[in-house]
Design a protein around this ligand. Structure first.
Ligand code: KDG
Length: 319
């Protein structure tokens, strides 16, 4: 079975090809595979590790497009169910010359939102070394959240190492209070928590990396390491034993699209840990893939092969 697994909602993404045009006015779009967790599976697989992606798609052209892209990326589809009753999600993303693009989702009541937890009973955990979870899937519906919590239980039973990215998406939650309470509860089950510096303000009222890390280190017994993503500045790491360090980010010549950088960060971290690298080297790789990700228009098409990663690490300077 696979070394890596994740669960999420896959999305057919239409990325505008017209810089600084609103989604209303843009006429030309390119279609990509997207979805935070599937991005991670793509990156892990591109670096040569076997990975499985858990979800449900609709029997529709977007669902078929997603399954084809998963096969193309050699991602296992054994735990993907299909339904004729609900559509696969899609989204529009604009192209901006500065800052983060805006995104419009068509995903409410999607096929993934109706994922049934029984599929999880089929999972073979025997070779799984790491699992990546994010706060998006539990936000899309009550069924998805129930399945997500069941998966956490199974991962705990099988003693699988887990990373958790809060990935705040306020538009998917009924209220900010519900989002904060649920995300922090889910984070308490992960060995490694990966909040973004801007998420700290919402999740525990601080933009201070150490305060964010301390919050999660005291949040639950499972959490051993917190890595606060600092954007272009790199990442701050703190561990349960009190050790802490900062790993600076890499210089990026031209930012094309910031979406997918956080998922790329998770790719670097997870693959390095699967390969037995130490935490500092894992965070260097995480920063590198985050920096590579922002230089392409799709969410995950900037993620490297092993050769591309090696070349990047050899040629780049830290910021
Ligand atoms: O991290 C990238 C994601 O934001 C994008 O692929 C879409 O999954 C998505 C989401 O819910 O925002």
């Amino acid at each position: 079975m696979s070394e890596f697994l994740t669960i999420g909602e896959p999305i057919a993404l239409f990325g505008s090809e017209e810089v600084d045009k609103s989604l209303k006015d843009a006429l030309h779009f390119q279609k990509f595979l997207a979805g935070a967790e599937v991005n991670v599976a793509v990156g892990v697989s591109r670096l040569g590790h076997s990975s499985e992606y858990i979800t449900q798609v609709g029997k529709d052209p977007f669902g078929e497009f997603i399954i084809d892209r998963l096969h193309e990326n050699k991602i296992g589809t054994d735990y993907i169910s299909e339904t004729s009753d609900f559509w696969t999600a899609f989204q529009l993303k604009d192209r901006v010359s500065e800052g983060d693009p805006s995104i419009f989702y068509f995903r409410k009541g999607s096929a993934a939102a109706h994922f049934e937890k029984e599929v999880l009973d089929k999972i073979d955990f025997s070779d799984v070394k790491m699992a990546h979870l994010s706060g998006i899937f539990p936000a899309i519906s009550k069924e998805a959240q129930t399945a997500f919590r069941y998966l956490i239980q199974l991962l705990e039973e099988h003693k699988i190492r887990t990373t958790f990215d809060p990935n705040l998406r306020p538009q998917l939650w009924d209220s900010e209070a519900e989002m904060v309470e649920t995300i922090n509860d889910l984070a308490s089950h992960a060995e490694i928590v990966l909040p973004g510096i801007n998420e700290g303000e919402i999740l525990m009222g601080s933009r201070e990396p150490e305060a964010i890390a301390d919050f999660y280190l005291n949040n639950g017994e499972a959490t051993q390491t917190v890595i606060v993503k600092l954007g272009t500045e790199g990442a701050y790491v703190k561990q349960k034993d009190g050790t802490s360090f900062t790993v600076p980010g890499f210089k990026v010549a031209k930012v094309v699209d910031t979406v997918g950088a956080g998922d790329g960060f998770a790719v670097g971290l997870v693959t390095a840990l699967i390969e037995g690298k130490d935490l500092k080297d894992a965070v260097i790789r995480a920063n590198a893939i985050g920096a590579m990700a922002v230089q392409s228009p799709g969410d995950n098409d900037g993620y490297p092969t092993p050769t591309e990663l090696e070349a990047f690490l050899k040629n780049q300077k830290v910021k």
